[in-house]
Design a protein around this ligand. Structure first.
Ligand code: MN3
Length: 198
């Protein structure tokens, strides 16, 4: 299996001013491409893992770190781009909107809890909203499924490369502004799909 960098559905400058064109281009063309290249390189050395879909491979405990980290990097970023949109922001409608309000008390209370998890995560990692509407962190490029959780509905990259050019060391402002690009239409549709499959 040979992995390729997925194209974005929007232009690099279209999430501005919340995320700059410089960050988007660097994040996609250099960081994400780097994970893809290193994953493909590692699979040459570990051909036994090449035919296993990433979603199944990344939960295995015996995989080498080079595959765990770069495979996770490719998997997570491929989702991350879809969770953002130039027409994003606002609140989810439909069942997702109702279920988040029921679980957290209000949409704003959910935003506060997720933002707090993202702001307090030590080092590099991700914060996830899971398909059961729980919020968890992972370090580095680990997926939530690696720890027995379900699939993520939404995730936020809090590695410094995701925000440093725009926000320097002020991660809290990146988190605050990121909500303006969250693609709730897509995420709500994914939620309905996950629910329908159960
Ligand atoms: Mn990243």
């Amino acid at each position: 299996m040979h992995y390729v960098l997925p194209a974005l559905a929007y232009d690099y400058d279209s999430l501005s001013p919340f995320i700059s064109s410089s960050i988007m281009e660097l994040h996609h063309k250099k960081h994400h491409q780097g994970y893809v290249d290193k994953l493909n390189g590692a699979l040459v050395a570990y051909p036994e893992f090449a035919a296993i879909p990433l979603s199944q491979l990344l939960v295995q405990k015996n995989i080498p770190d080079v595959i765990r980290n770069n495979g996770g990097g490719h998997y997570n970023h491929s989702l991350f781009w879809q969770w953002m949109s130039p027409g994003g922001g606002g609140q989810p409608g439909g069942k997702l909107g109702r279920d988040i309000a029921a679980r957290y008390g209000s949409f704003q209370a959910f935003v506060n809890e997720f933002s707090n998890a993202a702001g307090t995560l030590f080092g590099s990692g991700w914060v996830w909203l899971l398909d059961d509407l729980g919020i968890v962190n992972t370090s580095n490029q680990d997926t939530p499924m690696r720890y027995g959780h379900g699939e993520p509905l939404l995730g936020l990259d809090v590695w410094e490369h995701a925000y440093y050019l725009d926000y320097k060391n002020v991660r809290s402002e990146y988190i605050h502004q990121w909500w303006n690009v969250v693609n709730w239409d897509y995420i709500a549709a994914q939620y309905d799909e996950f629910q329908g499959g159960k």
